[in-house]
Design a binder for this molecule. Structure first.
Ligand code: HEC
Length: 167
C-alpha cells in the first residue's frame, strides 16, 4: 500500500533525524577540548575558557597552572573549591572588590579534581594544553578530612601562599 503523504512524512522524519544526528556529533567535536563540568558550573562567572571579566571574575586561564606548580598552591586551590573565598584579590592589575567565590563542596572529589585539572591546563587565551592530572580526587578527600575553613580564612591562606601583591 502506498500512501504518498505518509511516505513523504516518513522521509521528512528520516531527514530530520539525520540532521539532528549530524548536529549532535558536530557539537561533540566542537566541545571535545572543553570541560562540560566547567562550562555548566563555572563559566557563568569565569566565562568559557576561564578568561574572566576584569574587576569582577578572575581570569583562571594561564594563571591557575602556575599556582598549582607548588604543593602550597595546590592546597590553596583545593580550599577555594571546597570552601569558597571572600576578600579582595588583584588579578591582571585590577582589584576584584566584593567578589565571592561560592563553595563547591557538593561536587564529588572526582568532579572537583576534573574541574581544577581543566583550568590548570588552559593557556592565557583559554586554549586547552593538557598537563595531565595535577589534582587527584584523594587530594580533595584529604582537605575535607582536615579543619573546615570560612571563605575569609581561604582568602588569608591565599595571601600567605601568593603574597600581598596578589591579594
Ligand atoms: C558565582 C560566580 C562564580 C562561580 C559560579 C565560580 N566562581 Fe570561581 N571565583 C569567583 C570569584 C568572584 C572569585 C574571586 C573571589 C575573591 O575575590 O575573593 C573566584 C575565584 C576562583 C579561584 C581562585 C582564583 C585566584 O586567583 O586565586 C578559582 C581557582 C576558581 N574561582 C575556580 C572556580 C571553578 C573551578 C568554578 C566551578 C566549579 C568556579 N570558580 C565557579 C566567582 C565564581
Amino acid at each position: 500500500m502506498s500512501n504518498p503523504p505518509v511516505r513523504s512524512l516518513a522521509r521528512a522524519c528520516r531527514a530530520a533525524a539525520l540532521l539532528l544526528c549530524c548536529a549532535a556529533s558536530a557539537a561533540a567535536a566542537a566541545t571535545a577540548h572543553r570541560s562540560a563540568l566547567f562550562d555548566s558550573t563555572c563559566s557563568m562567572c569565569h566565562q568559557l575558557g576561564a578568561t574572566g571579566v576584569p574587576g569582577e571574575f578572575p581570569r583562571l586561564a594561564g594563571r591557575i597552572g602556575k599556582i598549582a606548580a607548588t604543593a602550597a598552591g595546590r592546597n590553596y586551590l583545593e580550599h577555594v573549591l571546597l570552601y569558597g573565598m571572600m576578600g579582595t584579590i588583584t588579578v591582571d592589575g585590577t582589584p576584584i572588590v566584593g567578589g565571592v567565590m561560592p563553595s563547591f563542596s557538593s561536587l564529588s572529589n572526582k568532579q572537583l579534581a576534573a574541574a581544577l585539572n581543566y583550568v590548570a591546563s588552559l593557556d592565557a587565551t583559554g586554549k586547552l594544553k593538557w598537563r595531565g592530572p595535577v589534582f587527584k580526587p584523594a587530594d580533595f578527600a584529604r582537605v575535607r578530612a582536615g579543619k573546615p575553613c570560612s571563605p575569609r580564612q581561604v582568602h588569608r591562606l591565599r595571601t600567605r601562599v601568593l603574597g600581598k601583591a596578589n591579594s
